[in-house]
Design a protein around this ligand. Structure first.
Ligand code: HEM
Length: 520
């Protein structure tokens, strides 16, 4: 919710105290909040499973929320959430919204229906897991190269440094191309102008007004992405067999260079945004948990040695790093996806007008105490293969669902753990100002604002440090797949009231609809 906007509190659902306690987590609301993070009010709303639980009890599976002129419908019920994410003919993907035409409207994010499916089909073979066998090795070596550029003698802005790293990895390892160091830095610097600008525009649509300075920054950032897509096209080095993603796009587009650039634009926009957020939050958690940092370093040493060869770097050798990244996504990932109704429709007993914003609260569901023990604690060991009962990452919906399921998911599954291993193998991450709260910006992927860390050369491994492999049974592993809110989706008779009032529906990222073969 934007500051200064009045809220009709009388229509808010009353929230019982400690809803999570009722569901058996045994933690108080105060304890449940991350102590080192200052969330904005709207983000707190999106991350709070109590909101979903209360709404399910008091307002039903679909809740009408309102802030000022912004009306949205939140899917409280996971089954309905999946339905919305899978029905693109009814619920329009944000990338195709006219208010975002100048950024997300390019390439696959802006395409719909058959055109979208065809474009996805062109990319799919290049981004599928079997094709990505060599990706780990190139991510490792590019991480080691890019990490050399991070100053070690003074505190650094982690969000910026991880933005540079993320841009370099996406361009060099996924797109087989290069960008000048200046362009990489520019992309890292301007990422949040695009990301936050998209939230503003979408929320305020059909009056996508932005304050003048924000509008200028947004336009400059979009123009830079455009230039970067052209550079990526020009500097592209095809794989010998021509099976890499840019080669496939070029072949499928014939002489239409602009069509390829538009897809590159979409891949850069989505890939850099999400990878930056994941790596920046991973650094934050490394700083807060030196014991996990030591264990990750030991795992990387054991997998690749003190002076790793450039051969055979595989994410499967890094289960601890993979669990760490999954936990980063669970705790800090995209808090909600958004869609818009195309026409008036009826869902969960609620009438939804045409062009209504529909929100899918992933962040709250990822903190469901019925599924995750101590859901606000950052505990990567809950994802240990030895945890009892084992937890499946599926319900985290890290990569969305339906036809918009992330096409870069298989690459990201390699990139995240291997880049993390490369970072801790080379450097030690410490908070520059321990105890200082980190603010979280509301962007497509929220990132830690002003996170300042010292990224020094790694300290030698202490004798008797944490053993390299096998995190062992997680003492506080997740409680196993719990039921979560269980109201069925039931498309009841309309209209039904049961609306409350809640913070503004600031959009998160996009979502997906009917099933795509990429979907897991
Ligand atoms: C940690 C890494 C990543 C995460 C958590 C992530 C997450 C997501 C999610 C949740 C969506 C769906 C959004 C929605 O339905 O509203 C999505 C879509 C997308 N992602 Fe990713 N992603 C990641 C990495 C990447 C990478 C590396 C690339 C490309 C190089 C990429 C390219 C895309 C594109 C182009 C879409 C839009 C798909 C479409 O419109 O059909 N992502 N991603």
């Amino acid at each position: 919710m934007r500051r200064g906007q009045p809220r009709d509190r009388s229509r808010e659902p009353r929230r019982p105290q400690n809803v999570s306690e009722k569901k058996g987590s045994g933690t108080s609301r105060t304890a449940r909040r991350e102590s080192g993070i200052a969330y904005s009010r709207s983000l707190r709303f999106w991350l709070d499973p109590a909101n979903v639980a209360v709404r399910l009890q008091q307002a039903g599976p679909v809740l009408r929320t309102r802030t000022g002129p912004a009306v949205a419908f939140q899917m409280n019920d996971p089954a309905l959430l999946r339905k919305v994410g899978s029905s693109e003919d009814v619920f329009q993907f944000w990338g195709t919204d006219p208010c975002l035409e100048d950024v997300a409207g390019r390439g696959i994010t802006g395409a719909e229906g058959r055109a979208h499916r065809e474009r996805r089909a062109v990319m799919r073979p290049a981004l599928a897991a079997p094709r990505l066998k060599g990706l780990g090795t190139s991510v490792w070596s590019r991480t080691r190269h890019l990490v050399d550029g991070i100053p070690s003698d003074r505190p650094v802005d982690v969000r910026y440094e991880m933005g540079r790293l993320a841009a370099g990895l996406v361009v060099e390892t996924v797109l087989n191309s290069t960008l000048s160091p200046e362009t990489l830095s520019g992309l890292a610097r301007s990422r949040s102008a695009v990301s936050a600008g998209m939230i503003w525009k979408y929320t305020l649509s059909p009056w996508p007004w932005l304050p003048a300075p924000r509008q200028r920054a947004f336009r400059r950032a979009a123009a830079l992405l455009d230039r970067a897509s052209r550079e990526v096209y020009d500097n592209h080095r095809p794989d010998p067999d021509g099976g890499d993603v840019v080669s496939l796009l070029k072949r499928a587009s014939g002489d239409d260079r602009r069509a390829v650039e538009h897809d590159l634009y979409a891949l850069l926009l989505a890939g850099i945004e999400t990878t930056t957020g994941t790596l920046a939050w991973a650094c934050y958690e490394l700083g807060r948990h030196p014991e996990h940092q030591d264990a990750l370093r030991a795992e990387a040493d054991a997998a690749f040695g003190a002076a790793p060869s450039s051969e055979g770097v595989r994410a499967e050798l890094l289960p601890r790093a993979a669990g760490f990244i999954t936990e980063v996504t669970r705790v800090h990932g995209i808090p909600f996806l958004v869609r818009r109704t195309r026409d008036a429709t009826c869902l969960g007993g609620q009438s939804l007008p045409a062009r209504a914003v529909v929100t899918l609260p992933l962040g709250a569901l990822r903190r469901d105490p019925a599924r995750y023990a101590r859901p606000d604690d950052f505990d990567p060991l809950r994802w240990s293969p030895d945890a009892q009962p084992p937890l499946s990452p599926g319900p985290v919906l890290a990569y969305g669902l339906g036809p918009r399921y992330c096409p870069g998911a298989a690459a990201a599954d390699i990139m995240g753990p291997v880049a993390l291993a490369g970072l801790v193998h080379a450097r030690t991450f410490r908070m520059a100002r321990p105890g200082r709260k980190v603010r979280v910006s509301l962007e497509l992927t929220p990132t830690p604002k002003g996170l300042s860390m010292v990224v020094a050369p790694r300290t030698p491994r202490a004798e008797g440090a944490v053993p390299p492999q096998g995190p062992g049974p997680a003492a506080d592993s997740g409680a196993g797949p719990g039921p979560g809110p269980q109201t069925g989706p039931g498309v009841g008779s309309c209209p039904v009231s049961g609306s409350g009032s809640a913070p503004a529906p600031a959009p998160g990222s996009g979502s997906g609809s009917d099933s795509d073969s990429d979907e897991r």
